[in-house]
Ligand binder design. Structure first.
Ligand code: THU
Length: 160
């Protein structure tokens, strides 16, 4: 038996201006996406934007439903739309913003476990690292690949 320790590197920003121009643009798309959020039950609005390898940006927002489990998170809305409309194009970056009353919160918006699992699948499918930006107006984080936010990913492709 041995004990193994591992760590991850990620970037922390204290304002959008500190980010790369491409990342700033993606965050702004996620903020735009927030306008389409339909969240009458939780009141928590989430916007996401995914950039494909050719620069195409696809937006998504959370969509709730009176039958609660029928709703969907912003990230999965964006990723499912991206792979539906642009199959075969790798997803290379995903930005997430959230907050109540369509206001972007000061702290980073962190994706749920189910969305992380879906990110992992599309990262594998695309064959390129998919970076994840969790944005807040006073603090934002960037992770270079999905593995960094979902260690020990379940990936059935691993067996192939
Ligand atoms: N939500 C997202 O859109 N993304 C996440 O990763 C976490 C949660 C949504 C689902 C629901 O509409 C609302 O936020 C409150 O949970």
């Amino acid at each position: 038996m041995k004990t193994i320790t591992f760590g991850i590197d990620y970037k922390e920003y204290s304002s959008i201006e500190e980010m790369d121009p491409q990342d700033q643009a993606l965050v702004k798309e996620a903020i735009e996406a927030l306008k389409g959020s339909y969240a009458p039950y939780s009141g928590f609005n989430v916007g996401a934007a995914v950039r494909l390898e050719d620069g195409t940006i696809v937006r998504g927002s959370n969509q709730e439903n009176a039958a609660y489990p029928s709703g969907l998170c912003a990230e999965r809305t964006a990723m499912f739309a991206a792979n539906s409309n642009y199959p075969g194009k790798a997803m290379v970056s995903l930005a997430i913003v959230g907050g109540f009353n369509r206001q972007v919160s000061p702290t980073p918006c962190s994706p749920c476990g189910a969305c992380r699992q879906v990110m992992a699948e599309y990262q594998t499918l695309g064959g390129k690292p998919l970076s994840v930006i969790m944005f807040g107006t006073e603090k934002a984080w960037k992770f270079d690949r999905v593995d960094d936010i979902l260690p020990f990913i379940f990936d059935s492709f691993n067996d192939k």
